[in-house]
Design a protein around this ligand. Structure first.
Ligand code: ADP
Ligand code: MG
Length: 399
């Protein structure tokens, strides 16, 4: 799960990390009040969307003006004017895709006098099964580009969970960023607190780009992007409250209500599968036969009839879906139960597109018979290969 920059900064602040003062607002009047409260003399008006690259982004609407999604303002009036221009309009950045994202809230923040911009991020490194730090002097830029052009300017290290973060980790960061004296001490303190926040909140990613040195010689987190491990959200109700549904895909929200793992994709074949491994294999084989999947949908091990129906509704609600492939392995769930669930779902939702069903596992013959004798226009398949070819043929209008 992702959150907005201002929410991420509030969490960093709780852990004693240096962030600027600021206020999230929803209207130009609130922007004016926030600007007065902050007092200036420099403010930054920052679009809050779940995507980076806002500063260099561009609004689609002419009324939003020529500037990007992060704007420096020198007066209260200017803050209000920027708010009027940006709110409700669509910001396109390298991370939003062409469609862009509507800006519904802004963060009005104290302007900082920047001496230097650095890059710092943390993530769970699967290769080492540890939390890793990524640090670079090349802040405020596209880190992927830095990694490609000048990989020597990036320092990566991971922290042993048995010891936790140690003073030498902070020293490494200070050295990589060329910080000495009091600033090196601040870097050490920063690394310790960031690690504490990351672990305590079950984050999966934390990116501070830029981390700055101010003109008066202090470190400050000027941007903050945080993702949380969805599997750990149950123990963070306070984080769940930060969820902004307007930033998420409607179908993914609906799926999460039924505990379905659903990811919308760009293709034409809707997939209903149990188990993430089988789901991946299904996506792969659809591609192998030359079509693209419309989604990734894992109904899980104990898919009930209610879950299967919800999954069908979500898949058929996508106008891009030209055919559906059900690929289910009946292990704990028996194939005949699954077959009845699929048929009930088809009857409840109605079916406008071809449907291929491949069942395997316990009571498979019974399951196939139920499908065959249903009188519904369902194409049975024998194995994964057969199923993929049949659905690809069907969406291409073939036999
Ligand atoms: P994004 O990464 O989405 O473009 P940032 O928050 O990193 O958004 O802002 C872009 C740039 O704007 C930063 O690299 C920094 O130069 C400037 N900036 C952001 N916040 C402030 C601030 N509070 N004071 C001064 N400059 C800022
Ligand atoms: Mg940034």
């Amino acid at each position: 799960m992702n959150i907005h920059e201002y929410q991420a900064k509030a969490i960093l602040k709780e852990f004693g990390l240096p962030v600027s003062r600021g206020k999230a607002i929803f209207s130009p009047d609130e922007a004016e009040a926030a600007a007065k409260e902050l007092g200036g003399p420099l403010w930054v008006v920052k679009s809050q969307i779940h995507a980076g690259g806002r500063g260099k982004g561009r609004f689609k609407e002419a009324a939003a003006g020529e500037k990007g999604g992060v704007r420096l303002a020198k007066s209260v009036d200017e803050v209000k004017e920027f708010a009027r221009q940006m709110l409700g309009n669509t910001l396109v950045t390298v991370q939003t895709g062409e469609a862009g994202k509507q800006v519904n809230r802004l963060y009005i923040e104290d302007g900082s006098d920047i001496e230097t911009e650095f890059y710092l991020s943390m993530l769970v490194d699967r290769a080492t099964s540890r939390i890793a730090f990524v640090v670079s002097t090349e802040g405020g830029m596209d880190i992927e580009q830095v990694a490609h052009d000048t990989p020597e300017k990036i320092l990566t290290f991971s922290v042993d969970p048995a010891t936790g973060v140690m003073p030498f980790h902070g020293l490494k960061v200070a050295k990589a960023l060329g910080l000495k004296g009091p600033l090196a001490k601040e870097a050490q303190d920063l690394v310790t607190k960031l690690y504490a926040a990351f672990v305590a909140k079950d984050m999966s990613m934390l990116e501070i780009n830029p981390l700055i040195v101010t003109k008066d010689g202090h470190l400050r987190c000027l941007d903050a992007k945080v993702s949380f491990d969805s599997n750990a959200l149950y123990r963070h109700p306070e984080v769940m409250e930060l969820r902004d549904l307007t930033e998420e895909d409607e179908k993914e929200i609906e799926a999460s209500k039924y505990d379905l793992a659903y990811i919308a994709l760009d293709g034409t074949i809707g997939c209903m599968v149990n188990g993430a491994g089988l789901a991946m294999a299904t996506l792969d084989i659809i591609k192998l036969y030359g079509e693209e999947p419309a989604n990734f949908l894992d109904v899980g091990g104990g898919a009930s009839e209610e879950k299967v129906t919800a999954a069908f509704k979500i898949i058929t609600a996508d106008p891009n879906v030209k055919g559906i492939l059900v690929n289910i392995f009946g292990g704990i769930m028996k194939c005949d139960v699954i077959a009845r669930g699929v048929l009930a779902a088809v009857k409840a939702v109605g079916l406008q597109v071809p449907l291929v069903v491949r069942l395997e596992g316990t009571n498979v013959e019974e399951g196939k018979t139920i499908i065959r004798e249903s009188g519904l226009n369902v194409i049975p398949a024998d194995d994964l290969d057969d199923a993929a070819q049949k659905i690809v043929n069907a969406v291409r209008g073939g036999k």
